[in-house]
Design a protein around this ligand. Sequence first.
Ligand code: AHR
Length: 518
Amino acid sequence: MKKPILAGIALALASLLPATAQRVAPAEVQVMIQADKPGPVINPNVYGQFAEHLGHCIYEGIWVGEKSSIPNTKGYRNDVLDALKKLKIPVLRWPGGCFADDYNWRDGIGPRDKRPTRVNAHWGGVPETNEFGTHEFLEFAELLGTKVYISGNVGSGTVREMAEWVEYMTSDTTSSLANERRANGREKPWKIDYFGIGNETWGCGGNMRPEYYADLYRQYATYVNLRTPRDNRPLLVASGHTNATTSWTEVLAGIGSVQAISHHFYTHPTKEWRDKGAALGFAEDQWISTLDYAMRMDSHITDNVRVLDRIDRRGRIALYLDEWGTWYDPEPGRDPGFLYQQNSIRDALVAGLTFHIFHKHATRVQMANIAQMVNVLQAMILTDGPKMLLTPTYHAFEMHIPFQGATSLPADVSTPRYLFGEDNVPAVSASAARGTDGKLYYTLVNLDASKEAVVRTHVSGASVRSASGRVLTAPAIDSHNSFDAPNAVIPAPISGSLVDGAIVLRLPPRSLTVVALQ
Ligand code: AHR
């Protein structure tokens, strides 16, 4: 049948309208939370971060140096430090990424004015002054109160270099390496919680085959363990693969001594790496395709966990997602090697959906590190000279603090689908847990670009009367914080109430909500 002309025009106009202007009936969603069926504990480390020597993540983003006019504490900028402290970051990975695969730790110790300048060959070919090195990183982590995860160089570094680095950091003996550390200002050995034996050894970390890397892993791990005191030995992380691949997990799980395998997964709006899509100014097709893409994290984890469950029946090997997040096309006018991108409400929803997936896989997924902390990819913070802003992703992390160390609970969601073009995702995603403070917490994402959702939640095994917390939403699908309007996207209060035995929450379109159930 031919579409009436007027109806066709109305439809075309509707697609041009901002999402808020469209009036549509809300999605009706039901959730069942079983408060008396505790699942695995959500390791706080899944809320971890990653800071690489890349673009303006370290230099300008974290470190400005003691002589800077930007207010700082021993060279770390105060505004960034204060904002990051509020995130209660559990673990921080450094110095890369690909940068780690070309890094010699000796370049970053000793008097700063004597350190060599190298070229950051992976990221823009810019000078790397090595002003920020081992001492600066570990002091930064102490200021933040976070555990540390250092990535060692397998791609271009030797076994001896790696073994000497860990001895330098952890030895309490009078060896010349321990004394060199003392001479450089650090008397006590540091605790290195996690140490990565290489990064992306399938790519920028050496283009290896898994069997070859597996042998190198054993060799490097032997000497890292040999040079660290028994009571101060980091947990070693083997470098796994990316996306849907499971073959590296298969090989690495089979070699016996592996404690954790790292896997990487980045989200982008299109399937085309050379044309990933923009961080801002996108239409609804790229809104939904990005959320759909992000949800592939679930199947990638499921596939790798299946391999682990088969090979490692006792569940001793953890899966770490030590790089994840959105990766868009470079911003016009910026160095493409710096991976600077803006961050919108869409990114906050990607974060929320990903947290739900990590909670679901809490047994094996013991760490995750979003890429990256400041000014790079899906950042928490953007800076511009002395100015700083918190991104929607920052707010997503901050809102989810109660889930760090919480006990996951089953939350069965019955939701309509949200459809646009060729994409089709659940309208609402949810996850629940009992926090370490004993309260029930509940996190919800309304993925729909233009429809509200009315969520009716039944809780069994606990008596609940109301829900209150915060919601993050925004007027448009690419709303973001800018240096002129740094509070355009910030959380606001939300509450629900008891109706016929169910907690009823009305979620705005394109929103992320975290509530405590009382
Ligand atoms: O996070 C940016 C880069 O992505 C990392 O350096 C690398 O490990 C990955 O390919």
